[in-house]
Design a protein around this ligand. Structure first.
Ligand code: 0O2
Length: 209
Protein backbone atom coordinates (compact mmCIF):
# COMPACT_ATOMS: atom_id res chain seq x y z
CA UNK A 1 0.00 0.00 0.00
CA UNK A 2 2.81 2.38 0.98
CA UNK A 3 4.62 1.55 -2.25
CA UNK A 4 1.52 2.50 -4.26
CA UNK A 5 1.31 5.82 -2.40
CA UNK A 6 4.96 6.57 -3.18
CA UNK A 7 4.35 5.68 -6.83
CA UNK A 8 1.33 8.03 -6.94
CA UNK A 9 3.32 10.94 -5.51
CA UNK A 10 6.18 10.22 -7.90
CA UNK A 11 3.81 10.12 -10.87
CA UNK A 12 2.18 13.39 -9.78
CA UNK A 13 5.61 15.03 -9.72
CA UNK A 14 6.37 13.71 -13.22
CA UNK A 15 3.04 15.11 -14.45
CA UNK A 16 3.85 18.47 -12.86
CA UNK A 17 7.27 18.50 -14.48
CA UNK A 18 5.77 17.76 -17.89
CA UNK A 19 3.15 20.51 -17.48
CA UNK A 20 5.68 23.18 -16.41
CA UNK A 21 8.18 22.10 -19.02
CA UNK A 22 5.52 22.45 -21.73
CA UNK A 23 4.48 25.90 -20.46
CA UNK A 24 8.14 27.02 -20.61
CA UNK A 25 8.44 25.77 -24.20
CA UNK A 26 5.31 27.71 -25.22
CA UNK A 27 6.63 30.95 -23.70
CA UNK A 28 10.07 30.45 -25.28
CA UNK A 29 8.52 29.78 -28.69
CA UNK A 30 6.47 32.98 -28.46
CA UNK A 31 9.55 34.97 -27.39
CA UNK A 32 11.51 33.61 -30.36
CA UNK A 33 8.66 34.55 -32.70
CA UNK A 34 8.78 38.15 -31.35
CA UNK A 35 12.56 38.25 -31.66
CA UNK A 36 12.55 36.94 -35.23
CA UNK A 37 9.85 39.40 -36.23
CA UNK A 38 11.90 42.32 -34.80
CA UNK A 39 14.91 41.04 -36.66
CA UNK A 40 12.98 40.86 -39.93
CA UNK A 41 11.36 44.30 -39.53
CA UNK A 42 14.14 46.29 -37.84
CA UNK A 43 17.30 44.26 -38.58
CA UNK A 44 18.15 43.75 -34.92
CA UNK A 45 17.38 41.40 -32.05
CA UNK A 46 15.91 42.83 -28.85
CA UNK A 47 16.56 39.53 -27.05
CA UNK A 48 20.19 38.72 -26.32
CA UNK A 49 19.46 35.27 -24.92
CA UNK A 50 16.83 33.23 -23.07
CA UNK A 51 17.39 30.89 -20.13
CA UNK A 52 14.88 28.67 -18.42
CA UNK A 53 14.69 26.29 -15.51
CA UNK A 54 12.28 24.18 -13.52
CA UNK A 55 12.63 24.43 -9.75
CA UNK A 56 14.25 21.28 -8.36
CA UNK A 57 12.12 19.02 -6.11
CA UNK A 58 14.45 19.92 -3.16
CA UNK A 59 13.91 23.61 -3.80
CA UNK A 60 10.12 23.13 -4.12
CA UNK A 61 10.02 21.23 -0.82
CA UNK A 62 12.24 23.86 0.87
CA UNK A 63 10.01 26.76 -0.27
CA UNK A 64 6.78 24.98 0.81
CA UNK A 65 8.30 24.25 4.23
CA UNK A 66 9.47 27.88 4.62
CA UNK A 67 5.96 29.09 3.79
CA UNK A 68 4.44 26.57 6.26
CA UNK A 69 2.46 24.87 3.51
CA UNK A 70 1.77 21.15 2.98
CA UNK A 71 4.51 19.36 1.07
CA UNK A 72 2.50 17.65 -1.70
CA UNK A 73 2.40 18.02 -5.50
CA UNK A 74 -1.10 19.61 -5.24
CA UNK A 75 0.14 22.15 -2.73
CA UNK A 76 3.13 22.98 -4.95
CA UNK A 77 0.78 23.54 -7.84
CA UNK A 78 -1.63 25.70 -5.83
CA UNK A 79 0.84 27.71 -3.79
CA UNK A 80 3.98 28.26 -5.89
CA UNK A 81 4.15 30.42 -8.98
CA UNK A 82 7.87 30.10 -9.66
CA UNK A 83 8.21 26.38 -10.43
CA UNK A 84 8.61 27.29 -14.11
CA UNK A 85 11.01 30.16 -14.74
CA UNK A 86 12.08 31.91 -17.93
CA UNK A 87 14.78 34.60 -17.93
CA UNK A 88 14.93 36.93 -20.92
CA UNK A 89 18.14 38.93 -21.30
CA UNK A 90 17.63 42.02 -23.43
CA UNK A 91 20.03 44.48 -25.02
CA UNK A 92 18.36 47.74 -23.94
CA UNK A 93 15.97 48.88 -21.22
CA UNK A 94 13.30 49.83 -23.78
CA UNK A 95 13.44 46.28 -25.16
CA UNK A 96 12.46 44.94 -21.73
CA UNK A 97 9.23 46.95 -21.73
CA UNK A 98 8.55 46.10 -25.38
CA UNK A 99 8.82 42.37 -24.63
CA UNK A 100 6.74 42.74 -21.43
CA UNK A 101 4.00 44.58 -23.38
CA UNK A 102 3.94 41.95 -26.12
CA UNK A 103 3.55 39.17 -23.56
CA UNK A 104 0.87 41.12 -21.65
CA UNK A 105 -1.11 41.71 -24.85
CA UNK A 106 -0.85 38.07 -25.96
CA UNK A 107 -4.43 36.84 -25.78
CA UNK A 108 -3.54 33.26 -24.81
CA UNK A 109 -1.52 34.28 -21.75
CA UNK A 110 -3.22 35.68 -18.66
CA UNK A 111 -1.19 38.20 -16.67
CA UNK A 112 -1.26 37.32 -12.98
CA UNK A 113 1.31 39.64 -11.42
CA UNK A 114 3.97 42.22 -12.28
CA UNK A 115 6.90 43.35 -10.09
CA UNK A 116 8.92 46.13 -11.65
CA UNK A 117 12.27 46.10 -9.86
CA UNK A 118 13.64 48.45 -12.55
CA UNK A 119 11.39 51.37 -11.65
CA UNK A 120 11.55 50.26 -7.98
CA UNK A 121 14.89 48.48 -7.40
CA UNK A 122 15.19 46.27 -4.31
CA UNK A 123 17.09 47.89 -1.38
CA UNK A 124 20.16 45.74 -2.20
CA UNK A 125 20.26 47.12 -5.79
CA UNK A 126 18.53 44.22 -7.59
CA UNK A 127 16.97 45.37 -10.88
CA UNK A 128 14.78 43.27 -13.15
CA UNK A 129 11.24 43.17 -14.50
CA UNK A 130 9.24 40.21 -13.18
CA UNK A 131 5.92 38.96 -14.44
CA UNK A 132 3.85 35.87 -13.77
CA UNK A 133 1.79 34.59 -16.68
CA UNK A 134 -0.81 31.84 -16.63
CA UNK A 135 -0.03 29.72 -19.68
CA UNK A 136 -2.59 27.29 -21.15
CA UNK A 137 -1.17 23.90 -22.10
CA UNK A 138 -3.32 21.64 -24.28
CA UNK A 139 -2.99 17.97 -23.26
CA UNK A 140 -4.74 15.00 -24.87
CA UNK A 141 -7.39 15.13 -22.12
CA UNK A 142 -7.95 18.87 -21.97
CA UNK A 143 -6.47 22.24 -21.09
CA UNK A 144 -4.23 22.77 -18.06
CA UNK A 145 -3.01 26.14 -16.82
CA UNK A 146 0.53 26.60 -15.51
CA UNK A 147 2.00 29.78 -14.05
CA UNK A 148 5.39 30.81 -15.46
CA UNK A 149 7.62 33.39 -13.77
CA UNK A 150 9.34 35.54 -16.38
CA UNK A 151 12.31 37.70 -15.43
CA UNK A 152 13.27 40.28 -18.05
CA UNK A 153 16.51 42.24 -17.62
CA UNK A 154 19.40 43.79 -19.53
CA UNK A 155 22.78 42.09 -19.95
CA UNK A 156 24.16 44.52 -17.34
CA UNK A 157 21.38 43.78 -14.82
CA UNK A 158 21.95 40.06 -15.38
CA UNK A 159 25.69 40.45 -14.81
CA UNK A 160 25.00 42.17 -11.46
CA UNK A 161 22.35 39.64 -10.37
CA UNK A 162 24.56 36.63 -11.20
CA UNK A 163 27.55 37.94 -9.29
CA UNK A 164 25.44 39.17 -6.36
CA UNK A 165 23.93 35.69 -6.09
CA UNK A 166 27.42 34.11 -6.09
CA UNK A 167 28.88 36.57 -3.57
CA UNK A 168 25.84 36.12 -1.35
CA UNK A 169 26.47 32.37 -1.17
CA UNK A 170 30.25 32.67 -0.80
CA UNK A 171 30.00 35.37 1.87
CA UNK A 172 31.77 34.32 5.15
CA UNK A 173 29.51 35.19 8.08
CA UNK A 174 31.77 38.15 9.08
CA UNK A 175 29.33 41.05 9.66
CA UNK A 176 31.99 43.71 8.81
CA UNK A 177 32.74 42.14 5.42
CA UNK A 178 29.04 41.55 4.79
CA UNK A 179 28.20 45.22 5.45
CA UNK A 180 30.91 46.52 3.12
CA UNK A 181 29.89 43.99 0.45
CA UNK A 182 26.28 45.17 0.68
CA UNK A 183 27.36 48.78 0.17
CA UNK A 184 29.69 47.99 -2.71
CA UNK A 185 27.09 45.87 -4.48
CA UNK A 186 24.58 48.69 -4.22
CA UNK A 187 27.15 51.12 -5.66
CA UNK A 188 27.83 48.69 -8.54
CA UNK A 189 24.10 48.44 -9.22
CA UNK A 190 23.86 52.24 -9.51
CA UNK A 191 26.90 52.41 -11.83
CA UNK A 192 25.43 49.65 -13.98
CA UNK A 193 22.09 51.41 -14.15
CA UNK A 194 23.87 54.55 -15.40
CA UNK A 195 25.62 52.51 -18.09
CA UNK A 196 22.32 50.95 -19.21
CA UNK A 197 20.87 54.44 -19.51
CA UNK A 198 23.88 55.68 -21.53
CA UNK A 199 23.70 52.70 -23.88
CA UNK A 200 19.99 53.30 -24.38
CA UNK A 201 20.61 57.01 -25.13
CA UNK A 202 23.39 56.15 -27.66
CA UNK A 203 21.12 53.62 -29.34
CA UNK A 204 18.35 56.22 -29.65
CA UNK A 205 20.81 58.75 -31.13
CA UNK A 206 22.10 56.27 -33.72
CA UNK A 207 18.55 55.31 -34.66
CA UNK A 208 17.65 58.95 -35.21
CA UNK A 209 20.52 59.49 -37.64
P1 0O2 B 1 15.84 31.00 -7.96
O1 0O2 B 1 16.87 29.98 -7.70
O2 0O2 B 1 16.28 32.04 -8.98
O3 0O2 B 1 14.50 30.45 -8.25
P2 0O2 B 1 7.30 35.03 -4.09
O4 0O2 B 1 7.04 34.39 -2.76
O5 0O2 B 1 7.98 34.06 -5.05
O6 0O2 B 1 6.11 35.72 -4.71
P3 0O2 B 1 9.75 36.37 -4.11
O7 0O2 B 1 10.46 35.06 -4.03
O8 0O2 B 1 10.29 37.49 -3.26
O9 0O2 B 1 8.26 36.22 -3.76
O10 0O2 B 1 9.63 36.84 -5.64
P4 0O2 B 1 10.49 37.89 -6.44
O11 0O2 B 1 10.79 39.07 -5.61
O12 0O2 B 1 9.71 38.14 -7.69
O13 0O2 B 1 11.88 37.16 -6.74
C1 0O2 B 1 11.95 35.88 -7.24
C2 0O2 B 1 13.24 35.62 -7.98
O14 0O2 B 1 13.87 36.83 -8.42
C3 0O2 B 1 14.31 34.93 -7.16
O15 0O2 B 1 14.08 33.56 -7.19
C4 0O2 B 1 15.59 35.31 -7.90
O16 0O2 B 1 15.75 34.55 -9.08
C5 0O2 B 1 15.30 36.73 -8.31
N1 0O2 B 1 15.72 37.68 -7.27
C6 0O2 B 1 14.93 38.38 -6.45
N2 0O2 B 1 15.66 39.17 -5.64
C7 0O2 B 1 16.95 38.98 -5.96
C8 0O2 B 1 18.18 39.52 -5.48
O17 0O2 B 1 18.22 40.33 -4.57
N3 0O2 B 1 19.33 39.07 -6.08
C9 0O2 B 1 19.32 38.15 -7.08
N4 0O2 B 1 20.49 37.78 -7.59
N5 0O2 B 1 18.18 37.61 -7.55
C10 0O2 B 1 17.00 38.01 -7.00
P5 0O2 B 1 14.59 32.60 -6.00
O18 0O2 B 1 13.46 31.71 -5.65
O19 0O2 B 1 15.18 33.39 -4.88
O20 0O2 B 1 15.75 31.79 -6.61
Amino acid sequence: HKEEQIQDVFYSFLELEHLYDSAIELVKTQLNIFDNEFSMRFQRNPIHNIESRIKTPQSIVGKLQRKGMPVTPESARNNLTDIAGVRVICCYIDDIYAIADLLTDHSAFQLRKIKDYIKNPKPNGYRSFHMILDVPVYMSNGKEIAPVEIQIRTIAMDFWASLEHQLHYKSTGDPKIAASLTGELKECSETISGIDQKMQDMFKKINLL
